[in-house]
Design a protein around this ligand. Structure first.
Ligand code: C5P
Length: 240
C-alpha cells in the first residue's frame, strides 16, 4: 500500500552501483519520496535490493517494462508482486492479450501492487516513431495505448506530462498518469529526454506521480535537490 503521505515524487535510482543508491536512500526517509528501480540497478543489484528497500518502508516502483509473450509476462508480474513492490509496469506495445495476462496474474496474487503500462517513451518524438513505421503523433499513440491499457484493466499508464491532462480528462482521475521527463527549470538540460515539463507544470497538467532521475541523482547533493523539487510542488511540509 502507498505510504500515508503519498509523495508524488518517485526518484529513479539510476545508479551504476548499489552502494551509490544506498548512499542516497540512507539520506531520505520513506515518507519523503518513492523510489524507482529500473533496468540498470536491477541488473546490477537484483531482487535483494528491491526487498531491502521495501522492508525499509519505501514504496518501490519496479520499472522493468515487461514486454514478452503473455505467459512470461504473467510470471514476471507474479515475481514482482512477491517482492512487495508498490508498482510494476509492462510495455503496452505487448498488446491486449499480454496486458490482460499481467492483470490476471496480479489479481490471482491478490496483493496491493499497482500495474501500469508504458506507452511512448518520453525520450521519443514524432521522428522516432516515423523511423519505426508509425505515422502517428506521440500524443495519438499514447492515447491509443492508454485505451488498450484501460480496457485491459491496468491501473494507469506511464506518459509524458504533455499528455497527462488529456488522459486524465478522458479516462478519469483514478487511471494513474506516471510522468518521467521531469526537468526543474533550474536544471538547464533535457539530457536524452524530449517530451519534458517542470515538476509544477506536470502536476498542474494532470500527472499523478513524477519520476525524477538525473536532476536528483546527478546533483552534487541529491537529497537537497529532492527537497528543492518538493518545495517547488508544495510538498516540503512533510519533511521529517
Ligand atoms: O534521469 P531521468 O529523469 O530522465 O530519468 C527518467 C527515468 O524514467 C529513467 O529511469 C527512465 O528509464 C524512466 N522512464 C522514462 N520514460 C518512460 C518510462 C520510464 O524516462 N516512458
Amino acid at each position: 500500500m502507498a505510504n500515508q503521505l503519498d509523495s508524488k515524487i518517485v526518484v529513479a535510482l539510476d545508479y551504476a552501483d548499489e552502494e551509490l543508491a544506498l548512499d542516497f536512500t540512507r539520506r531520505v526517509s520513506p515518507l519523503l519520496c518513492k523510489l524507482k528501480i529500473g533496468k540498470e540497478l536491477f541488473t546490477r543489484a537484483g531482487p535483494q535490493l528491491v526487498r531491502r528497500l521495501v522492508d525499509q518502508g519505501f514504496d518501490v516502483f519496479l520499472d522493468l517494462k515487461f514486454h514478452d509473450i503473455p505467459a512470461t509476462v504473467a510470471g514476471a508480474i507474479a515475481a514482482s508482486a512477491d517482492l512487495g513492490v508498490w508498482m510494476v509496469n509492462v510495455h503496452c506495445l505487448g498488446g491486449s492479450r499480454m496486458l490482460e495476462a499481467a492483470r490476471s496474474s496480479l489479481d490471482r496474487h491478490g496483493g496491493p501492487t499497482l500495474l501500469t503500462g508504458v506507452t511512448v517513451l518520453t525520450s521519443m518524438q514524432k521522428e522516432d516513431l516515423i523511423e519505426l513505421g508509425i505515422d502517428q503523433s506521440p500524443q495519438d499513440l499514447v492515447f491509443r495505448l492508454a485505451s488498450l491499457a484501460a480496457t485491459s484493466g491496468l491501473d494507469g499508464i506511464v506518459c509524458s506530462g504533455q499528455e497527462a491532462g488529456a488522459i486524465k480528462q478522458h479516462f478519469g482521475n483514478a487511471f494513474l498518469r506516471i510522468t518521467p521527463g521531469i526537468r526543474p527549470a533550474s536544471y538547464g538540460s533535457s539530457d536524452d529526454q524530449r517530451r519534458i515539463l517542470t515538476p509544477g507544470e506536470a502536476l498542474a497538467g494532470g500527472s499523478s506521480y513524477l519520476v525524477v532521475g538525473r536532476p536528483v541523482t546527478g546533483a552534487r547533493d541529491p537529497a537537497e535537490s529532492l527537497l528543492a523539487i518538493k518545495k517547488e510542488i508544495g510538498e516540503d511540509s512533510d519533511r521529517d
